[in-house]
Design a protein around this ligand. Structure first.
Ligand SMILES: Nc1nc2c(ncn2[C@@H]2O[C@H](COP(=O)(O)OP(=O)(O)OP(=O)(O)O)[C@@H](O)[C@H]2O)c(=O)[nH]1
Ligand SMILES: [Mg+2]
Length: 283
């Protein structure tokens, strides 16, 4: 009998949760940016080894005090993914002060009925002024590990810890499946990453991306149709940019990455539309 179970990755925004999941799975499943609230929906990354299968759930970062509807939905989705979890991996960033926000995440973690691992991330960075504060939290956890999600330092140790706590059981997914995310969703996320990296301040949060069409075309070319929705016309023209330069750059950098990953030619048909109500539809 081998082991199987769910390991939820939780923590405030920007601590490196998605980076950690990608490093563990060995593939870019979730998008990552230096901006808060990059992840918007819990995303599963599946690791199948001889010891068993771990289904990781990367969750949106918890931002305290954000009272807008998007943040509320993000928080609700985090709460949902904490039901029926076997292991919680609580990721913290020792370059940032604990503060009220971290305390509120800690309270959420405390309430969860599961094994808990504290992962102190970003140990590759020289300057970690708050690391002792985080080390001090170890008492409250079943185990603690100091990692670099970016470089993979001590990630193997973390995996061993998770396997230790996992119950015996059947696999949830077939051996070669890496994520539960449909292709269209993953492509839309990749476009959103490029959009996030380009835009400043509040703008990225007023945008949402959908991919409506993926088709194999002649000569092995992959045709992808995507739309960036934003809440008003002013944002729309900011995304499009002067002489269309903005949207062109977003399209080009997405296409380049896709061609690299897929090893084939990609045609990306990308438009921007105004839809003041997309946030209402967002789940
Ligand atoms: N130096 C260093 N940077 C890291 C490490 N892990 C993540 N980062 C960086 O931290 C930033 C945030 O990483 P993400 O993985 O997007 O963080 P997240 O916790 O998923 O953020 P949200 O989805 O917004 O909650 C990115 O710029 C990463 O490259 C690490 O181990 N070391
Ligand atoms: Mg993330």
């Amino acid at each position: 009998m081998s082991k199987s179970g769910f390991a939820v990755i939780i923590g405030r925004s920007n601590v490196g949760k998605s980076t950690l999941m990608n490093t563990i799975i060995g593939s870019k499943i979730a998008i990552t940016t230096p901006k808060p609230q990059t992840t918007r929906l819990p995303i599963q990354g599946i690791l199948t080894r001889e010891q068993g299968q771990i289904v990781f759930v990367d969750t949106p970062g918890i931002l305290k005090g954000a009272k807008d509807m998007l943040s509320k939905k993000l928080l609700a989705s985090v709460q949902d993914s904490l039901n029926d979890v076997d292991v919680v991996i609580y990721v913290v960033d020792p370059t940032r002060d604990i503060g009220d926000e971290e305390k509120s995440v800690m309270r959420t973690v405390e309430k969860v009925d599961a094994k808990k691992i504290l992962a102190i991330n970003k140990i590759d960075l020289e300057d970690k002024p708050f690391i002792d504060f985080y080390r001090y939290l170890s008492d409250k956890f079943d185990q603690t590990v100091e990692i670099s999600a970016l470089n993979g330092t001590h990630v193997r140790r973390l995996l061993e810890m998770i396997y230790e706590h996992l119950p015996e059981g059947q696999k949830y997914y077939p051996d070669h499946q890496l994520t539960n995310m449909p292709n269209k969703f993953w492509l839309a996320e990749l476009i959103r990453e490029k959009l996030f990296l380009r835009l400043r301040q509040e703008l990225p949060y007023s945008a949402h991306v959908e991919v409506s069409d993926i088709e194999d075309r002649e000569n092995g070319m992959l045709y992808i149709k995507g739309t960036i929705f934003t809440t008003n016309d002013r944002y729309k023209s900011m995304i499009i940019g002067q002489k269309g330069r903005g949207i062109k750059e977003i399209g080009q950098s997405t296409r380049k990455e896709l061609e690299n990953v897929m090893q084939r030619k990609v045609f990306l048909d990308l438009k921007v539309e105004t839809d003041p109500h997309w946030m209402m539809k967002f789940e």
